[in-house]
Design a binder for this molecule. Structure first.
Ligand code: ATP
Length: 372
């Protein structure tokens, strides 16, 4: 049995991280450019077979982190280890070509005049002929392109090209596969289809992978864990549902799920918000220390509902709407100026400027943050 086959695992559907050997460690890694820190004191462990996504706004340091792992950048401080061996830092530096790390580029970077099979086998020059050809067959099967082996990249769809790019990077059996904005070159429909497909391929290959994106939906849907970055630092690392439901900071909350914040004052066991009183039992965690203080309660579109109202009873006014097909998201400006979003199915219609009531529907406890 080949190394590849022996690593095959059933495709996971729950999105849970797998316990196992730590394959990649970043230990206090920093990268400075002059006075600016692109990455600051970043520590992170990635387990065998895990798919971890670095997520954050433009300029937060995602690409620099990926380049540091690949060996395309030297850290200013800290150490990077692969399977326990230092590859960067503390005086050691293993060049990119000698790291067992594969990279899938944004634009796929396929060789246009080589066939699909030749592209996939490109990095296996030093493999014995038979072994190389078996490996290419194995990967063609893994990415479901057996019937395209003799085609050139120009004869393939965007999704098929991406599968070739992933297969080519998996071919030398890297310890870690890095994917830089892997779906940004695909149109929206294909992007969603390829998320499932790439996840399936990575899971079947059993490879440890790190992807980079600024697309929260992509990160939440494909990853075992997401690492949210801000200003070169890690804000929170965890399973997608844990990070989404329990954002540790206002930054993480604002970055995920089109968040709005209702500012209210805590008075005993209630909070007075612009949408009325909320029981503190509807909020996450202990809050008694904040009695008398102002807090910001996190509400997302599916937590709120707009209702028709007269001018007199209205809580706010519709100031915008986004139609997505199955649903509308209405932007409502509350009387005190707070913007919120309300998710409705496509049969509910409100007009621009219409006065509306807004109810909190959330059937889960709401996160909150001390008002800054
Ligand atoms: P994006 O999503 O826009 O690609 P990012 O999160 O990947 O952003 P990085 O490209 O890692 O961010 O950049 C992080 C910070 O480091 C930015 O402020 C950037 O300007 C700076 N930076 C990155 N590379 C260099 C460089 N070679 N020289 C100077 N500054 C750099």
């Amino acid at each position: 049995m080949s190394k590849q086959q022996s690593r095959v695992r059933p495709v996971e559907t729950t999105g849970t991280a797998q316990p196992g050997e730590t394959v990649l460690e970043l230990d206090g890694v920093s990268r400075e450019y002059g006075p600016e820190s692109a990455v600051a004191d970043l520590s992170l462990d990635v387990q065998d077979g895990e798919l971890l996504t670095l997520l954050g706004p433009s300029g937060c340091g995602k690409t620099t982190t990926l380049r540091l792992i690949a060996g395309l950048e030297h850290p200013t401080e800290g150490e990077i280890r692969v399977r326990g061996n230092a590859v960067s830092g503390q005086g050691s530096f293993v060049p990119p070509e000698r790291r067992e790390i594969g990279l899938v580029f944004q634009n796929f970077a396929l060789f246009p005049h080589l066939s699909v099979a030749e592209n996939i086998g490109f990095g296996l020059d030093d493999w014995e002929r038979r072994r190389r050809s078996d490996r290419v067959d194995e990967l063609l099967e893994l990415v479901r392109l057996e019937d395209y082996r003799e085609k050139e990249p120009g004869q393939l769809s965007g999704g098929q090209q991406q599968r070739v790019a992933v297969a080519r990077s998996l071919a030398p059996e890297p310890d870690v596969l890095l994917l830089d904005e892997p779906f940004s070159n695909l149109d929206v429909r294909l992007r969603i289809e390829m998320r499932d497909e790439v996840r399936r391929i990575l899971k079947e290959a059993g490879v440890t992978a790190i992807s980079v994106t600024h697309d929260q939906e992509e990160a939440l849907s494909i990853s075992d864990r997401v690492a949210i970055m801000n200003n070169g630092q890690l804000e929170q690392v965890g399973k997608p549902e844990a990070v989404f439901e329990n954002p540790k900071s206002r930054f993480v909350a604002s970055f995920l799920g089109r968040a709005s914040f209702l500012t209210g004052r805590v008075r005993g066991d209630i909070v007075e918000t612009p949408l009325g009183r909320l029981g503190t039992d509807q909020l996450k965690g202990p809050i008694s220390a904040y009695d008398g203080a102002k807090i910001d309660v996190l509400v997302r579109p599916d937590d709120l509902e707009a209702t028709p109202a007269t001018e007199r009873d209205a809580k706010g006014r519709v100031v915008g709407r986004q139609y997505t097909g199955p649903s509308f998201v209405y932007r409502v400006e509350l009387a005190n100026g707070t913007p919120v979003r309300c998710l409705h199915n496509h049969v509910t219609t409100f007009e621009h400027g219409q006065p509306v009531g807004v109810n909190i529907l959330a059937d889960h406890s709401l996160a909150w943050y001390p008002t800054q």
